[in-house]
Design a protein around this ligand. Structure first.
Ligand code: SAH
Ligand code: SF4
Length: 365
């Protein structure tokens, strides 16, 4: 029988599974405490848990399914982990240090089918979704790394902005969020968790209707359909009008603020006219929206795109501000170690398989 990774279960699912084997709910609490508070990976080290329950755990579950393939540390303290999944696929996870805490950027899919024209992840078609366990385990592996250093540091924030489109792996992403925000375990506050989507409108609505209360960021990147379709082909199927309707529904339903991400690409979408068009597009939601201007991280295969000049970023920012739009410029982390979405993975895969991009499953050893 195949054993299941225990990190994939929410607390209620774990309690139900243990109950099926005749164990009380209090056992689930002890196991949960062992996994997420004491952070032991060997069930036998859960000393409070009775032997018959330990036997059930050993028989049905495992803890470790990811192995560390590579780790790069940047001068600014950013650490990029490349993990190998049980099937040999590689994924990336990034730990970033901020004034307000430690955030981790997680991957949700092996590759991405959305295929945005500027993104390294989109170079590799999706070969599969990650399980909720594989997403949770990324956080655990980073936390184990911090635990080992012995400085009592904890992952305090999560951004779901690694490889993949989280709303194309909705259920597993939701289970992941339920596990990490559980107050009996890692207890990462919902307001410290942000999910970014390329704009799958139906899922934005489903997300608004959920009880998750985490933050939402939308990869907007262009103010008109013509330009957005040019850089994000998903806009053909889900044009700006449909996306805006979903955003309005989300704002109405949750009353939470939303982040609109906008990558600045030199001479493509970074002109004053684009800033004015953007301001007009979002004028009616400006009370609840913050535009996050993102400096582009150049990707070798997408040489048609360059990072905007500093003056253009300034001018874009000033124009938005003048129109009453709240905005910020994203601070960069780990640019010396390919920390942008999918870059390290795509480089590793190229190195190990020639230029054979588009292969989802790669065994690198
Ligand atoms: N698929 C989701 C989440 C992962 S991408 C999405 O697209 O929103 C997270 C963010 O990184 C997105 O805003 C994406 O547009 C941005 N991004 C992708 N490649 C980038 C690059 N080379 N430089 C800067 N930002 C990039
Ligand atoms: Fe996929 Fe997001 Fe990259 Fe677009 S930007 S290809 S949606 S990971």
């Amino acid at each position: 029988m195949n054993k299941q990774s225990i990190y994939g279960l929410t607390f209620d699912q774990l309690a139900a599974s243990l109950a099926e084997h005749g164990h009380k709910k209090s056992r689930a609490l002890q196991v949960w405490d062992g996994l997420y508070r004491k952070r032991v990976t060997d069930f036998a080290a859960m000393t409070e848990v009775k032997q018959d329950c330990l036997n059930t755990l050993e028989a049905h579950f495992v803890t470790e399914t990811l192995t560390e393939h590579l780790k790069q540390e940047s001068a600014d303290g950013t650490i990029k982990f490349l993990f190998k999944l049980h099937d040999g696929n590689l994924i990336e996870t990034v730990l970033m240090r901020h004034k307000y805490g430690l955030s981790v950027c997680v991957t949700t899919q092996v590759g991405c089918n959305i295929g945005c024209s500027f993104c390294a992840s989109g170079l590799l078609a999706k070969s599969r979704d990650l399980t909720s366990a594989e997403i949770v385990e990324q956080i655990m592996k980073v936390q184990f790394h911090l635990d080992k250093k012995g400085e009592n540091e904890h992952v305090s924030h999560i951004v779901v902005m690694g490889i993949g489109e989280p709303f194309d792996n909705f259920k597993n992403m939701v289970d992941f969020i339920r596990v990490v925000k559980d107050q009996k375990g890692l207890d990462i506050a919902a307001r410290h968790i942000t999910v970014s989507t390329s704009g799958l409108a139906d899922k934005i609505i489903e997300f608004a209707d959920s009880d998750l209360k985490v933050n939402l960021a939308i990869s907007l990147h262009a103010p008109t359909n013509e330009l957005r379709t040019r850089i994000m082909k998903i806009n053909k199927a889900i044009p700006i009008e449909k996306l805006m309707k979903a955003i309005e529904y989300y704002l109405d339903k949750t009353n939470r603020r939303i982040t609109l991400e906008y990558i600045l690409l030199k001479d493509v979408n970074d002109g004053k006219e684009h800033a004015l068009q953007l301001a007009e597009l979002i004028q009616h939601i400006r009370q609840l929206a913050n535009v996050n201007l993102i400096p582009y991280n150049p990707v070798d295969e997408h040489s048609q795109y360059q990072r905007s000049e500093r003056e253009s970023v300034r001018a874009f920012y000033d124009t938005l501000k003048k129109q009453g739009i709240s905005c910020s410029v994203r601070l960069e982390h780990g640019t010396d170690i390919d920390a942008a979405c999918g870059q390290l993975r795509s480089k590793q895969i190229k190195q190990s398989s020639g230029d054979n991009l588009g292969q989802g499953q790669v065994v690198v050893g």
